[in-house]
Design a protein around this ligand. Sequence first.
Ligand code: FES
Length: 152
Amino acid sequence: MPKDKFDEYVENLQNIIYEEEIKEYNERIVSLYHKPKNWGKPPDDEITISKTYEGPCGDTMSFFLKIKDNNIEKANFLTDGCGASVATGCQTTLLIENKSVDDAEKLDAEDIDAALNGLPEDHKHCAELAITTLKRAIDDYHISVRFKKIKN
Ligand code: FES
């Protein structure tokens, strides 16, 4: 097959797959899954607190938060889970960046689900994975702040 025909064939195939994914999830979830913002672990000196949690489904999520004066300046994530977990991790970082720790703590799985325009029923638990990991990271942050205060 000539190269331009082959490229066209691959592009058509990718479009078909993309359309199928949108039917199964939705456009927002699929776009975050394919191009997740805030993906990856930043350098250690840019992390105030990090947390990895394994959910009941066996997938893990990690958050890396840079916090200054109780404000989340930067949030990154990693997951080895499904496409929906990539979207929920990404969406969570987008919702908490430039928010106070207190505001981030108030988020729940329904907020993540709503921001993603609704996860499919069989993937609602992926938002739970993201929110549980976030809550545990914030718990660790509070403990570390308290510990520093005791030490000072
Ligand atoms: Fe485990 Fe999506 S199936 S997080």
